[in-house]
Design a protein around this ligand. Structure first.
Ligand code: HEC
Length: 193
């Protein structure tokens, strides 16, 4: 009897240890996504390009905008997401609060290579940045709404946006993606696996 009681005590002890481990890993995730968001938004809700995105972000996908005349692409768009976003999206089918998306816009150069006619990124024009906001945190700010913060940054100034109102600068162009929270998810195979 005594031995059984000791044994079950030991088991419940293991349970507690596992619960604590799970809790602390949850907190670690919450903390890392909060600091990811902080890297892209200041206390007033002004967005900027997160400094570490090239080394820490996950690649979502890319787009080639065809040249108006001739062959090749005139622009390449490379889209990245803050760490953990892809896993969360595959699980819940949406981007969690605080997710940061960065779209790099490159001018291209096109030439003949051994693979064919190829366009490559030549000059960075700037970045589009979006931050997921499920709580309507900045109701009076014209760059926040419809569940996101929205801003464009010229290559010369990653900390100060030239956007003034997302309804004028962004929203109408994203209407075709309204059903998927305004994001063109069809272009991102990583979300589908
Ligand atoms: C001329 C239309 C147009 C405007 C204006 C526009 N977008 Fe987009 N945006 C698109 C399209 C189309 C895509 C996907 C295809 C592509 O990149 O060419 C896209 C993709 C994005 C992406 C990658 C995630 C996604 O939705 O697939 C971000 C981030 C983004 N836009 C942010 C913005 C922000 C912020 C603004 C305003 C400052 C803005 N866009 C203005 C058309 C537009």
């Amino acid at each position: 009897m005594r031995a059984i009681r000791l044994f079950s005590l030991a088991i419940s002890g293991i349970g507690a240890v596992i619960a604590i481990a799970a809790l602390s890993s949850m907190q670690a995730t919450a903390v890392s996504s909060a600091s990811q968001t902080e890297a892209a938004v200041d206390a007033q809700g002004n967005l900027h390009v997160p400094r570490d995105y090239q080394t820490n972000y996950q690649q979502l996908g890319s787009w080639a905008v065809a040249a108006d005349e001739g062959r090749g692409a005139k622009q390449l768009h490379v889209v990245l997401a803050s760490p953990g976003s892809i896993e969360a999206y595959r699980k819940d089918g949406r981007f969690p609060d605080g997710t940061v998306l960065v779209k790099e816009v490159f001018e291209t150069a096109t030439k003949e290579m051994t693979t064919g006619t190829v366009s490559h990124a030549e000059k960075l024009k700037g970045w589009f940045v979006m931050v997921r906001d499920g709580n309507g945190r900045y109701p009076g700010n014209a760059l926040w709404g419809d569940g996101w913060g929205w801003s464009w940054f010229d290559a010369a100034n990653p900390t100060k946006t030239t956007s003034t109102d997302y309804r004028l600068n962004c929203k109408s162009c994203h209407v075709p993606a309204q059903a998927t929270d305004w994001i063109y998810v069809d272009g991102y195979p990583a979300l589908k696996r």
